[in-house]
Design a protein. Sequence first.
Length: 243
Amino acid sequence: MFTHIALSSLNGLELMVYNYVIKNKDQVMYMTIRELADGAQVSTTTVLRFCKKMNFSGYSEFRIRFKLYLEQEEKLLLTSGVSEIVSFFKSINNEEFEQLIARAAQHIAAAERILFVGAGTSGTLGKYGARFFSNVGKFSNYIDDPYYPISTNMYKDAVAIILSVSGETPEILKLASQFSLHNCKIVSITNSDTSSLARMADFNLSYHMPQILIASEYDITTQVPVIYILESIGKELAKKMGH
C-alpha cells in the first residue's frame, strides 16, 4: 500500500502524517481528516496531499482502502517497533527498490576507494559496512570521527558512503561539503530524502522510519533498514565483481 517510491515523494510534513498513520493504524481508520491532522500536528491540506501522493482520490478513499489493507494483514502479535519494520520491508518488496540498490552499487563499483562515514550509532554501522564490503572484495575504510580532516585530493576517485538518521548533523554536513570540495562522490543513507545531506549527495537512499528520541537527544530509531540496505548494496557489488 505504501511503496518506497511513493514514500520518497513525501516532504517533511507529509512524512509526519505517514509516521502517525503507521504508529496509530488501529485508530486511523475511524478518524476524521481533522482528527488525523491534529494527531499528526499538520494541516488538513497536508493530509490531503499525503493521500494524493499515495494515489488516493481523497481522504475517504484512503480511509476505506487503509481499513481493507489492515483487514487483509495477518493478525500477528507484534511487539513495539516491529510493525514499522514490517511496513519497511513491504514497501521495498518491488522492482523499483531493487533498481535503486543497483544504481547505488553502480556509483560505488568504479571507485578506487570506499569510505564509510558516520557519527555515533551511524559510525558503528559504518564500521560494519566497511567490513561487509571488504568481505565481498571491495576494500573499504571507515571514518567515525566527525572532525576528521579532509584536506587533500586523495579522495578524487573515491566514494564516501555517509550514514545519518536525520541528515542534519552539522559536523556530518561539514564533512560532506569537504568531500564534495575534493571531488569525492557521496552516497548517503538517511531516514528522509528531504534532509540536507540527502540533497547534497550524488545519490541517496532513504528508509522512512519513525524517528525515536529519548530525552529529546538520544536517537534510538531502528537501524535494521540501514543494515539491510548496506548488505543489499554489498551483495550487488559482489555480483558485479563476479563472485
